[in-house]
Design a protein around this ligand. Structure first.
Ligand SMILES: Nc1nc2c(ncn2[C@@H]2O[C@H](COP(=O)(O)OP(=O)(O)OP(=O)(O)O)[C@@H](O)[C@H]2O)c(=O)[nH]1
Length: 541
């Protein structure tokens, strides 16, 4: 083999080494891309989870999703991540402000009440500690504010009622001297007081039926409900019971706060960390790329020089000496390049491992919050007492069916069910017996009506049903079966057998109907059922 062909073969080997180096680098990049899909998947999930918080946030998230889908350059993704993180932060502070505002309103109502005259000392103390303990509670108070405010206002009314009963009792005692009239008057006062006590207790228990606390606190709440059911007078124990309820709700809020913290700020913080990781990977790889490019360029130049030199060398001996030095330089450059690749690979590995840990942490967090949000959503559409769908769920479902009906007509019917003389059950056997009755009715509804029906508690002792794809004969047969089952159920309160019946109004939706008209027609049919003697079903054409 001539010396020239030896050099040329060495040159080919050098070129092959260079190609292998370049190939190794592109494998590295592929690996990086593969791993970064982990981040992509997570961000897609995250953006779906945060949907609905804020219009700009939604838009940015959609943009981020689109960018990730079409594998936009990491630098652009990083910029968008920074924007989303900023918006999440902003949204978190906005939520906090709203909640704080509601919380202040609740606090305001409580403080006013605290100043009311005639507040029993024990209640005043409990109220004070309730307000102090919860002065910085701001996470889930929003959920309970309507019930708390109503309870506070009932508290105020009970207080006034208690005052006026005492004042009129004292005034009459001063004016009347005969013992008989004193007794009469005092009996009259007692009847009045018992009547208003009953109405307060009814209002409070129906609020309590709509509060759902954690399991342990719910038991305490049920206990208080029973105690309230046995209360007959407007006195300190009634006031103390209301404060005890407020305390339970407050305790539940505190427990919630501990577990939930602020979802958005947590996510935003975590997202910023991911963003920083992406950013540093990016700047490292950019720095590395320019170093690599300059090495590649110098290698190419050196190889070009050799080719030129071989062609123009005056003698082989001279060329050989020069080639030896050049090969040495080239070998050093390639080694430098390889060690650079290795360093970069290790660094990238470390960053990817860190990023993977962060992303899986985030995934865990977002899964947890997703479950919480689903649970909240389920609770917000469920009636706490009967576990049936609540009125909000009915409104949503019926509206959807009406849209479907208007698009393409089908057999769609709405029914309203009302318990007969339910007040008597409450009045005779207490609110707890009433609550149990409602639960039994709900369970019977679910058992007796299974085909193409949506069942909800509309409120109080009223239930609503929406039937799909069932004609008049079919719905009447289903309802008749339910009505008879209830009428035959052996209810027993305080050892007394009690029969409970239901009145039902039903109608099919007609062309040109709207939600309001259809519901009114079913309600009017229910009214007729009551009017004609109860325990019957009226179908409105
Ligand atoms: N136990 C209990 N009672 C409730 C609840 N919601 C409403 N009520 C009571 O339901 C009763 C409804 O009474 P009315 O509207 O007079 O009706 P009714 O006695 O059934 O009479 P008719 O409808 O004419 O048959 C009231 O006593 C309410 O306090 C609840 O969640 N639990």
């Amino acid at each position: 083999m001539s010396e020239t062909s030896v050099f040329q073969s060495q040159l080919r080997q050098l070129k092959a080494k260079l190609d292998a180096s370049i190939q190794a680098r592109s494998t590295l990049e592929e690996d990086f891309n593969k791993r970064s899909t982990l981040l992509t998947d997570f961000l897609v999930k995250l953006s779906r989870l945060c949907k609905g918080q804020d219009l700009e946030l939604d838009n940015r998230m959609a943009k981020l999703r689109a960018m990730l889908k079409k594998s936009a350059p990491l630098a652009d993704v990083e910029k968008e991540l920074a924007n989303v993180s900023k918006l999440l932060n902003k949204q978190a502070s906005k939520n906090e402000l709203n909640i704080r505002d509601l919380h202040q309103k609740f606090h305001g109502a409580g403080t006013t009440l605290q100043k009311a005259k005639g507040l029993p000392p024990q209640s005043r103390r409990s109220l004070r500690s309730l307000l102090t303990e919860n002065s910085d509670t701001k996470d889930t108070v929003i959920q309970y504010v309507p019930q708390l405010s109503e309870l506070l206002s009932i508290y105020g009314e009970v207080l006034t009622a208690k005052d006026s009963i005492q004042v009129s009792g004292q005034a009459h005692a001063a004016m009347q001297s005969s013992a008989a009239s004193l007794i009469n008057q005092s009996n009259g006062n007692q009847t009045e007081a018992a009547k208003s006590a009953k109405s307060f207790i009814e209002r409070i228990t129906s609020i309590l039926s709509n509060i759902k606390l954690s399991e342990q606190l719910q038991q305490k709440l049920n206990h208080l409900k029973d105690e309230l059911g046995n209360t007959r007078n407007i006195d300190d124990s009634l006031l103390n019971n209301i404060v005890a309820v407020l305390n339970l709700v407050a305790e539940d809020m505190e427990q919630e706060r501990k577990t939930a913290k602020t979802f958005l700020s947590t996510l935003s913080g975590a997202l910023s960390k991911v963003q920083r990781a992406v950013k540093s990977t990016l700047s490292n790889s950019q720095g590395h790329r320019s170093e690599q490019e300059s090495i590649n360029e110098s290698l190419n130049n050196q190889l070009g020089d050799i080719a030129e030199m071989i062609e123009s060398a005056p003698s082989l001996t001279e060329a050989k000496a020069e080639l030896m030095t050049k090969f040495e330089t080239i070998t050093q450059t390639i080694e430098q390049k390889n060690s650079l690749e290795l360093g970069y690979f290790e660094q990238l590995e470390q960053q990817l491992v860190a990023m993977r840990t962060k992303v899986s942490e985030l995934e865990k967090q977002s899964k947890h919050f997703e479950q919480r949000m689903l649970e909240q959503q389920r609770i917000s559409l469920q009636d706490a007492l009967t576990k049936l769908n609540n009125r909000a769920a009915f409104d949503e479902y019926f509206a959807k069916q009406m849209v479907r009906f208007n698009h393409q007509q089908f057999e769609l019917a709405v029914a309203v069910i009302d318990l007969d003389d339910f007040k008597q059950i409450n009045d005779t056997y207490g609110h707890t017996a009433g609550d149990k009755t409602l639960q039994v009715i709900a369970a019977t509804l679910t058992k007796a009506l299974t085909k193409n029906v949506f069942i909800a508690r509309y409120g109080g002792e009223e239930f609503v049903l929406v039937f799909n794809e069932l004609n008049e004969k079919e719905v009447m047969a289903a309802l008749e079966n339910f009505r008879k089952t209830i009428a035959k159920l052996p209810f027993k309160f305080r050892n007394n057998k009690v029969n409970i019946t239901t009145s039902i109004g039903i109608t099919h939706i007609k062309h040109g109907d709207n939600i309001h008209l259809a519901f009114e027609r079913a309600d009017e049919a229910l009214y007729q059922a009551k009017h004609q003697g109860k325990n019957r079903i009226i179908y409105a054409q």
